[in-house]
Design a protein around this ligand. Structure first.
Ligand SMILES: *Cc1c(COP(=O)(O)O)cnc(C)c1O
Length: 367
């Protein structure tokens, strides 16, 4: 006999992150994980470096300065903010706090993979609702709510599709949910949106007891390595998260860098301008190469490939890798005919556009 994990754990397929190495290639262009190509604010780096002589100290378990900086920058109530080691940790804690065996966790068909992984590790059952044009469909989600539903996760905008729901649709979703179902709005890419009909969900959190908004420092703030995210919660949900989380779940270096990053509005503005410009350029180039870039409001583009076996997505992924260019395969998301390409630096974005143009113009991969 050996120790046996709880039922379901061994059925969980672990999350596989974007690739970060291309053996044999003499350069590496990393466009597989939606990281900020400009990196973090120099002020965040300085704050991180300033902590190097304090590594023997425990962090501030309440993340006091960081939460105050977030509240200030976003105009939010500090007591409703709970920080986590990436929003991934908060996704897992929300599921653990509100769902278990026999319960259902609902999300749309091409929603972020961590929702179903977290549901399974908690012993709960993930349930998916079909999408319309690769966009969450409120009616389809509501039609799948049962007496067992405990949480609904909505990535808005969604990764990997790049689509979003307007505020009116998110409100319609919440309005159709029973009061005991927690709606988690994962707004990891909120900063990138300029659309007037979009809202990140903070106002809904303040208006209703069953809505949580998640945010991250991994995307526009360029701090993915430090693992830092936050939740904006109704008071009862904040209380649950604060009981479940580790007492020192966020490293002090992450707190310090995050505090500096969120106050550096110029750096965020630079990153957004860069993204808007090169996302549009990339989409145009991909289209001109005969590919199908889906409209995206994030820092990435989902690209559809032709049916022709010589020019399908899998072959392109492998071919780009031989050039040292790493993008994300989408088979795990049920989109095997697509790749997801992060908007990189100018040089990186040009490299991936050229690489895909060559792939499409050439014989492709041996079918
Ligand atoms: C990148 C991403 C996150 C952020 O995860 P972290 O754990 O904060 O790095 C959360 N949700 C979605 C939809 C994402 O794409």
């Amino acid at each position: 006999m050996t120790p046996i994990p709880r039922p379901g754990i061994l059925e969980v397929a672990p999350y596989v992150g974007g690739e970060s190495a291309a053996p044999g290639a003499n350069r590496i262009v990393r466009l597989a994980s939606n990281e900020n190509p400009l990196g973090p604010s120099p002020r965040a780096v300085a704050a991180y470096e300033a902590l190097k002589d304090e590594l023997h100290r425990y962090p501030d378990g309440a993340a006091t300065a960081l939460r105050a900086a977030i509240a200030e920058a976003e105009g939010l109530a500090v007591e409703r903010i709970v920080c986590g080691a990436g929003s991934d940790e908060l996704i897992a804690l929300l599921v653990r706090g509100y769902a278990g065996p026999g319960d259902e966790v609902l999300h749309s068909a091409h929603g972020f993979l961590m929702y179903s992984i977290s549901a399974k590790t908690a012993g709960a059952t993930p349930v998916t609702a079909p999408e319309r044009d690769l966009t969450a469909d409120v009616d389809a989600l509501l039609a799948r709510v049962t007496a067992r539903t405990r949480l609904v996760f909505l990535a808005n905008p969604n990764n990997p599709t790049g689509s979003y729901l307007p505020d009116s649709e998110v409100r319609r979703l919440r309005g159709g949910l029973p009061d005991h179902v927690l709606l988690v709005i994962d707004a990891a890419y909120a900063e990138y949106l300029e659309a007037a009909d979009y809202a990140n969900g903070a106002a809904l959190v303040e208006a209703f007891d069953n809505v949580v908004m998640l945010r991250t420092f991994s995307k526009v703030h360029g701090l993915a390595s430090l693992r830092l995210g936050w939740a904006y919660c109704p008071p009862d949900v904040a209380d649950v998260l604060n009981r479940l989380r580790g007492p020192f779940n966020v490293a002090q270096a992450a707190q310090a860098a995050g505090t500096a990053a969120i106050a550096d509005r110029d750096h965020v503005a630079r990153a957004l301008r860069h993204n808007t410009r090169w996302r549009a350029w990339l989409s145009e180039q991909l289209q001109a190469s005969g590919l199908h870039p889906y409209p995206s409001v994030g820092n990435f583009v989902l690209v559809g490939f032709p049916e022709t076996p010589s020019h399908h997505a899998e072959g392109a992924l492998a071919w780009l890798k031989t050039q040292g260019i790493l993008v994300r395969g989408m088979a795990g998301y049920g989109l095997p005919h697509c790749l997801r390409v992060t908007v990189g630096t100018e040089e990186e974005t040009r490299a991936v556009a050229e690489g895909l143009a060559e792939f499409m113009a050439g014989p492709g991969s041996a079918a």
